[in-house]
Structure formats: C-alpha cells, structure tokens
Design a protein around this ligand. Structure first.
Ligand code: IMP
Ligand code: MG
Length: 330
C-alpha cells in the first residue's frame, strides 16, 4: 500500500538543482520514481565531494532506494545499460533499478530524425525524445517489455513512501511551455500520477527554483544575445554557477529571475514548499537583481533580495520558502 507521495518539480526551464534536493530527501523514502522524459535530463549529485550524474535513473539510487522508471518515460537502451554499468562500477546496487514494461523505447531512427530535423531548429538535446513520444501517441511505439532485458522490467507495485523526481520543468511542459520550444512530456506534478496512483496520494509538492533563470536550448524568451561577451555579468554567472548543460555541455543562457513567472509556476503546480537554489552564485558576483512588475529591480545585498522575494511569494501563494546555496544539502 502507498503511504504517501511527495513530488519534486522544477519551477523554471530545468537545471534548478532538483537532483540535489531529491538526493537529500531520498533516505526518508522507500521508492524514488521518474515519471517523465528520458536521457534528455541530467541530474547531478555530489557525494563526499565526488560528482555523479544520471540521465534516466532516479537519483534515489545513490541512497540505495528502490528506483522506478515509469510508463511515461522513454528509454535509450544503450544509454540505460551504460548508466547501469557506470553506477555498478561505482559501487551502487543496480538491482534496485526497475523500468515499467510500458515505458517506451527510443530507436536509432528516432535519434536520427531528432538530430536531422529538430536539433538545430528547436535546440533539442538530440536524444530522439520528440520522435519517440510521437510514435507512442501514434500507437506504434515499442515498449520496454519488448525492448529491454527482462531483469530490468518491473512487476512490483508502489509501496510505502514514494518520492517522485521531476525531469525538465514547468516551462518545458508540452502544454504549458512556450511551444514548440518545449519538451514532449508532461512535466507538471500531476502527471506523476501516470506512475499509477491517485492525485489524492500526493501529500506534498516541493518546487525547486534558482535565484536566477537559465535556459539551455532555443527559446525566443531567451535570445542568443544573452550570451554576448558584452553581457559580462551573465557570463560570470555561467562560470561561477557552472551553467553548462549536464547532457549537452552547451552554455546555458542566463537572465535575472522573473518573479511573476515563478509565482505562476508555484500556483500552477500547487507547490507546498519552495526551495530557491544557488544564492551563493549571486553573492560571489555581487549583483542582486530580478524582474518584477515589468521592471528590473536591484537590491543592495542577498538578504534584501531574499526579503523581497519572500514577501511577494508569501503575499501571492501559500507555500513556504527556503533559500539554499550550491553546497548546502538542501
Ligand atoms: P528535448 O527534450 O531533447 O526534445 O529538448 C527540448 C527542449 O527542452 C530543448 O530546449 C532542451 O534544451 C530542453 N531540455 C530538455 N531536457 C532538459 C533538461 O533536463 N534540462 C534543461 N533543458 C532541457
Ligand atoms: Mg539538468
């Protein structure tokens, strides 16, 4: 029986540090599950100073939790097996990793199509995500039960305390994002129910944001000019914040936090607890800015900026808020 479900969701365009939060919470849960996306994601976790990355396997694996990749996910078999090998050779128990027989398999032709037709135009990660979901919706896709070694197929049930790890984020959602500059799955916390539980089982939604915005991939909302050398402050944030794609290695475009978008995302997702990451990066840069009410606001220091964010979020939403730095556990 399911005791309760917690969902961790990204409130911007990905790369808010969901992996870190899920890793910190995992020990308190029985199972850690992914409900959407595939190898386009990149979750980074530090253990005793050593950096680990996963793309499809939930970060709960680093805490020895049962890990489930749900029916709404897409799997690249070679990359999945590579990740299993990487985790196993680093001493993690990969027998805990199970994939829903109904997840879909990414084929070579999906990857070719993505790289040929979509990568340049839309700035996709080139992993075959859109063509794979497209075949799924056309009901001619190949499911994991017919494409993955049997030992990895899941035939159990969700039990105990469940932690769901979002991939991509609200503004990359196929319905709510800036279409067609979106991904092809549902990133909102409610779609975690595709794992096989009721929305009534979700007792808490944790929203993860960052103190500045970043965008990897194309999006008219983040023009290429943000990367110009003349944008010295943004380039410093890229360096200080390590704002390079985990999956693609591309420089992420940086902009000041759009507070109205953050508030919208909190409401859309029904966030109970908000974590705003990477405050230390702006402290290092010594520049404290955000957009609100149609203008750019500048603050004297991080404390003043946080006070302002807190007052707006508390006035407009019901969630409670916590600020975090790159090196904090949470
Ligand atoms: P796709 O998911 O590879 O089709 O890429 C679609 C868009 O989503 C592109 O703009 C990608 O850069 C972006 N995207 C996909 N996955 C992630 C992620 O995990 N983090 C940040 N951006 C992502
Ligand atoms: Mg990422």
């Amino acid at each position: 029986m399911i005791q309760f479900v917690t969902v961790v969701v990204g409130l911007a365009w990905g790369d808010e540090g969901k992996g870190k939060i899920v890793h910190a919470l995992s020990p308190r849960y029985d199972m850690v599950c992914r409900w959407n996306g595939g190898p386009n994601a990149g979750h980074t976790v530090y253990i005793d100073g050593k950096k680990f990355k996963t793309h499809i396997i939930p970060t709960g694996i680093f805490s020895g939790r049962k890990c489930v990749i749900g029916p709404g996910c897409v799997i690249n078999v070679d990359k999945f097996l590579e990740e299993i090998h990487y985790l196993r050779s680093n001493g993690f128990d990969t027998s805990l990793i199970k994939v829903s027989p109904r997840a879909h398999i990414i084929s070579e032709s999906h990857i070719r199509y993505d790289n040929y037709y979509l990568k340049e135009k839309l700035g996709t990660t080139g992993n075959g995500i859109a063509p794979c979901y497209s075949d799924k919706m056309m009901r001619r896709g190949v499911q994991a039960k017919d494409g993955l070694p049997k030992e990895f197929l899941w035939d159990g049930e969700l039990k105990g305390k469940i932690l769901c790890e979002g991939a991509q984020s609200v503004w990359l959602d196929i319905d709510q994002g800036n279409y067609p500059y979106v991904t092809s799955s549902s990133t909102l916390p409610y779609s975690a129910c595709s794992l096989g539980f009721s929305h009534k089982d979700i007792h808490r939604v944790i929203g993860v944001a960052k103190i500045y915005d970043t965008r990897s991939g194309n999006d008219p909302l983040f023009p290429e000019s943000l990367l110009d050398e003349s944008n010295e402050v943004f380039n410093r944030i890229i360096e200080e914040g390590g704002e390079y794609g985990t999956t693609t290695g591309r420089k992420r475009k940086v902009n000041w936090l759009s507070l109205p978008d953050l508030v919208k995302a909190i409401k859309l997702c029904g966030v109970d607890q908000l974590i705003i990451n990477k405050c230390d990066v702006l402290e290092k840069i010594g520049c404290f800015r955000l957009y609100d009410a149609g203008e750019m606001l500048e603050f004297k220091n991080m404390e003043e900026m946080q006070t302002y964010i807190r007052s707006v979020v508390e006035e407009k939403t019901e969630c409670w808020i916590r600020f975090s730095s790159s090196k904090d556990g949470i």
